[in-house]
Design a protein around this ligand. Structure first.
Ligand SMILES: Nc1ncnc2c1ncn2[C@@H]1O[C@H](COP(=O)(O)OP(=O)(O)OP(=O)(O)O)[C@@H](O)[C@H]1O
Ligand SMILES: [Mg+2]
Length: 524
């Protein structure tokens, strides 16, 4: 399957040879070879911490390799060795990268973000001209964005488009995307896939990192699998399938379903009663929502992102005050109470935005993991904090949740994306047992807990969530993956336009029915 010819470019866009990179205590890339052709979509797969982001950060000039060579291709099939000393140098060579965590400035407009940091910036900046150019590229690729809109007003999907536009505006011919669809709705992910296809058809070389095997099989031409920093396979997607790819990544067979014992729901622990929330733009985000979650139950929330999920999780954890209605935790009215009051009553939260809200990147992993526990014994002894106990506490979470990190003293930002997620999950899930120890019935509000995790880690996290259920935690699980909701939930509530369209059980409902409710049809 070759797409060369139509765009007239031949050969390789880039060749990485023997790339090696270590960080203190970690060999992130171990003599990796990777060749990417003009006009292809090349998927990069691997477990959390396998070295994918590191390899691509080397290609885009963010890191220098310890060993190895990078060669860049011309249109005729020639290759020349290059040294890429900075992201700017990479852009000069036509290499652009969209990072796992976006790097946009929220208060500035789309056009300003696109031009930000561009070299040879004219002294007098013609933002209108930039806006026109941006609109033109956006038009050509059928990805609508308003160049004059400030970033903070955009959805994650729109921000993703801005990141892609920014790279293209700077002349990227080799485009690297690090988990571009991890935070997108399925519809937005389809749009990104279409954009990548049209870029490849123009002859650009696309590398994209993903944990979603369905998506890889659907849109990539070739795929490379990294395991523990090494390239274990590169092949045509046509010659493989999802199961073989999963096995190559993990090095063993992966279970896709996990046994779920019957529910033994106890009393209601979390209740929302007639909750109304207006968002920043004054629009109604939650419209008289009534929900109850019992001890030992997982209540799934289905819906297309942007239909009130964020406001729902914020209200349920005290991060947002409802405009009307009540939030009751274990019989106590906590409406309007502070997030700390919620926490002290045993409400834990796995936020959707893990770096912004979930972790303090500059602090050691141990401090991050102890965030829920350090104010209580045994870590707190009177006003003092026992650091040794804090480290020991962190180590148990690292072990139980298989967080791949050199140790508890590593700054959290040095962890791979998926391992940051595992750390937050570990911290929040164990917060429940602390609450239980103080006599509260724990609640766990988990937004997209398996997003960005590799297939093995997903299996592991789902098992931990079921453990919490068995231990009597009331779990509110927000997810976009219907498979996940059907597998994990005892009941599923569907959100659309800030309203609950209905509550169903996985046994009685179907994907089709859920889809209809997600589109706004009330449950019959
Ligand atoms: N700046 C850094 N300092 C120290 N260690 C790092 C740094 N960046 C990455 N690492 C380590 O290198 C290894 C590879 O990380 P990398 O981010 O490349 O993984 P990944 O394959 O992208 O994983 P994920 O799927 O979780 O995003 C990990 O063990 C990580 O902790
Ligand atoms: Mg990564």
């Amino acid at each position: 399957m070759s797409r060369t010819g139509s765009h007239g470019r031949r050969g390789l866009a880039v060749a990485l040879r023997g790339i090696t990179k270590s960080f203190p205590g970690v060999l992130a890339n171990d003599h990796v070879d990777l060749e990417v052709r003009w006009g292809e979509i090349h998927a990069l797969l691997g477990e959390n911490g396998a070295g994918k982001s590191t390899l691509m950060s080397i290609l885009s000039g963010l890191y220098q390799p310890d060993e190895g060579e990078i060669l860049v291709g011309d249109d005729e099939g020639g290759l020349r060795p290059v040294t890429i000393t900075s992201p700017r140098a990479a852009i000069h060579l036509g290499i652009g990268m969209v990072h796992q965590h976006f790097k946009l400035v929220p208060t500035q407009t789309v056009a300003e973000n696109v031009i930000l940091g561009v070299e040879d910036m004219p002294f007098v900046l013609d933002l209108d001209a930039v806006a026109r150019d941006v609109a033109e590229i956006a038009d050509r690729l059928r990805m609508p964005v308003d160049p004059t809109a400030p970033i903070w007003q955009l959805s994650v999907g729109e921000q993703q488009r801005v990141e892609i536009l920014k790279a293209l505006y700077r002349g990227a011919e080799i485009l690297v995307l690090d988990e571009p669809t991890a935070v997108l709705t399925p519809q937005e992910a389809d749009e990104v896939a279409a954009i990548l296809r049209s870029l490849a058809a123009e002859g650009k070389a696309i590398v994209f990192i993903s944990h979603k095997l369905d998506e890889v099989v659907e849109i990539a031409d070739r795929v490379t699998v990294l395991r523990k920093g090494r390239n274990v396979a590169t092949m045509d997607v046509a010659d493989t399938d999802k199961h073989r790819l999963a096995e190559l990544m993990v090095g063993r067979e992966v279970a896709t379903t996990i046994p779920k014992p019957p529910a033994e729901p106890g009393p209601t622990v979390l209740a929302l009663e007639g909750v109304v929330v207006r968002n920043e733009r004054g629009l109604v985000a939650l419209d008289h929502v009534d929900l109850e979650v019992a001890a030992g139950e997982i209540l799934g929330i289905a819906g297309v992102a942007g239909n009130g999920q964020r406001e729902l999780t914020e209200v349920a954890t005290g991060l947002r005050r409802p405009d009307a209605g009540r939030v009751v935790v274990d019989g106590k009215d906590l409406t309007g109470a502070s997030p700390v009051a919620f926490l002290d009553r045993g409400v834990a939260h796995v936020p959707a935005d893990r770096l912004g809200r979930g972790l303090a990147g500059n602090l050691p992993l141990a401090d991050n993991l102890a965030m829920r526990a350090y104010r209580h014994p045994p870590i707190a002894v009177g006003p003092a904090i026992r650091r040794d106990r804090m480290r020991a506490f962190a180590e148990t979470i690292i072990e139980r949740f298989r967080v791949d990190a050199p140790g508890p003293d590593t700054p959290a930002r040095n962890l791979s994306g998926g391992n940051q997620q595992k750390a937050i999950l570990g911290r929040e899930i164990t917060a429940g047992s602390w609450a239980a120890a103080r006599g509260h019935r724990p609640v766990l509000v988990a937004a997209y807990p398996t997003r960005g995790l590799d297939v093995g880690a997903i299996e592991h996290v789902r098992a931990r969530l079921l453990e919490q259920r068995a231990a009597g935690t009331a779990v509110l699980l927000v997810s976009e993956e219907l498979d996940e909701l059907l597998m994990m939930s005892d009941r599923i509530a569907v959100l659309h336009g800030g309203r609950i369209m209905g509550v169903v059980t996985p046994e009685e409902t179907t994907i089709e029915e859920l889809g209809l409710m997600m589109a706004g049809e009330a449950h019959r």
